[in-house]
Design a protein around this ligand. Sequence first.
Ligand code: FAD
Length: 423
Amino acid sequence: MPLSDAGTIHIVGAGLAGLAAAERLSRSHWDVAVHEATAVAGGRCRSYHDQSTGMVIDNGTHLLLSGNHAAISFTEAIGSRSGLRGPDEAQFAFVDAVTGEQWTLRFGDSRFPWWVFDKDRRVPQTAVVDYLPLARLAWATADKPIGDIMKCGGPIYDRFVGPLLLAALNIAPQEGSAKLAGAVVRETLALGGQACRPLLAYEGLGSVFVEPAIAHLRGRGVTISFKDELIELLFSNGRVTQMKFARQTVNLGENDGVILAVPPYVATNFVPTLTVPSSFRGIVNAHFRIDPPSHLPPMLGVINGTCEWIFPLPGRISATISDGGRLFDMPRTELAQIIWNDIAKVAGLPSTLPPWQIVRERRATFAATPEQNTRRPSAKTAWNNLFLAGDWTQTGLPATIEGAVRSGYRAADLVKHRLRAAA
Ligand SMILES: Cc1cc2nc3c(=O)[nH]c(=O)nc-3n(C[C@H](O)[C@H](O)[C@H](O)COP(=O)(O)OP(=O)(O)OC[C@H]3O[C@@H](n4cnc5c(N)ncnc54)[C@H](O)[C@@H]3O)c2cc1C
């Protein structure tokens, strides 16, 4: 391991938070070493080759919006921005799986949500005043369940706000945190179409967020070790002094720092008295090997179905169900058929199952309730050279790529500042 006079910053965990921290620090004069427990990087945002379908699939189709500036700047830094694509204008198409009714919200390309004032672009059967609860949410002062701030029902909720908040928070919106929902509204919807253009990694998450990051970091001299699981941190005099990994022990000098970018339930094993989110929500993704019909929009929200979002991707159709815990114990083939039935119906395809794969992530995100939100720790710890990163730290956002990247950047900035001050 290269140990320069400037010192080494050790980053534990090569999810997006860890990779973002490494990217920012790779531009500094510190040596950077990333330690990842598994054989691959990406954590909860990864692609892999699935043997049963013969396809490279994502653990879950990840949606970004053009207002996610940190995530976008991360892809710019690692040279993969062009892999994130979407419609030229912010558009969201929906279909009602029961009635077959379809509608498309067209947000336009301005920096103000003018679309709300245009009856042909907003949700059918809604008026301008129906959108006022979104403003209440955006500027909510105390954190409460969303259900305490706005009515979780009616046309605008059922046809737009509910599906949007469910996807953004990964929790039934009525119990979700108004503060976290408000941050999403302020950073996207309130900024008009310019901040709401959907962006997807059409060729897979790995090719946009992970492989280019690894190549970029290695090119800058960052050491990345896989199957390098942290087992214990040892502390002395207010600092981390030793890191015990499964296969090595690293002693830390005065100029060395640590960024812990592991999931919250792992971080508590290492950091005494750390309070972290303790409740989680799952996400179900289904991938079907079939060429999507050309008439499907780039993404399709489904109301009154099991499936919530349909993504036509090259050579496959993928579907996402947020807060999908109720589906985790259902037999896999039965679940695949139920989801496919929704897709077949709205896309006009036969009901015979194409080759498929189901991915169920039980702890996809922390539960974005007001109570769990208070359990998120700051990036700073009581130890002088130890910082935290991860979508579960205090980012002010729900658990998203944007939050993970911002947390990595923040931890990197803090460690630089602290070590520079100590020098
Ligand atoms: C199915 C699914 C769908 C999602 N959809 C979206 C979406 O549409 N839009 C969006 O913005 N976000 C989405 N997310 C959320 C997004 O994936 C996460 O917010 C983000 O990937 C979290 O990154 P992270 O680095 O904070 O954590 P993680 O990805 O969990 O990274 C932690 C890393 O630490 C490693 N590690 C653990 N223990 C150790 C140890 N002891 N030693 C060393 N390494 C260790 C892990 O292996 C992992 O690589 C989704 C998540 C899932 C699961």
